[in-house]
Design a protein around this ligand. Structure first.
Ligand code: ZN
Length: 151
């Protein structure tokens, strides 16, 4: 557990200090704004979704706490190049990871680096910081209903 805590802090601090895929995306074909009033986090997610439902590119902009910024940064790394259907499954997995029971082992296998957010479940006030980027991503994906199907 101690090891996980240290990893959690190192990865989050790193992504907060140097967020990946940060800035506008010129050829985006979808975008959405997200706001977490509990903490004051704000961000915009830009997507370039190709005809085959693959996320060809993703970037984000905004300002927020370390958890929200690091989560958005890691999310963009995770979803880039993936199919929308895969991303929908990972959204559910991530949500479960950060809201699951504290004393239950999190299922982190499929989530790669995103597993560092398992520590957030100990801080209920922080859950919305960690999930803001994912909700915003979902809103951006949902802009074109016919391509947002998950079958
Ligand atoms: Zn926050």
């Amino acid at each position: 557990m101690q090891e996980l805590r240290e990893l959690y802090q190192t990865v989050i601090l790193d992504h907060n200090k140097a967020p990946r895929n940060f800035g506008p995306l010129e050829d985006a074909n979808r975008e959405a704004d997200g706001h977490n009033p509990l903490c004051g986090d704000r961000l915009t997610v830009y997507l370039l979704v190709e005809d085959d439902d693959r996320i060809a590119d993703v970037r984000f902009e905004g300002a927020g706490c370390a958890i929200s910024t690091a989560s958005a940064s890691l999310m963009t790394e995770h979803v880039k190049g993936r199919q929308l259907a895969e991303v929908a499954v990972d959204f559910d997995r991530f949500h479960e990871l950060v809201t699951g029971p504290v004393n239950e082992a999190a299922n982190t296998e499929e989530l790669g680096k995103l597993a560092v957010f398992a520590g957030v479940r100990e801080f209920p006030m922080r859950v919305k910081c960690a999930t803001l980027s994912w909700h915003t991503l979902q809103a951006a994906i949902g802009q074109t209903p016919e391509t947002a199907k998950t079958e």
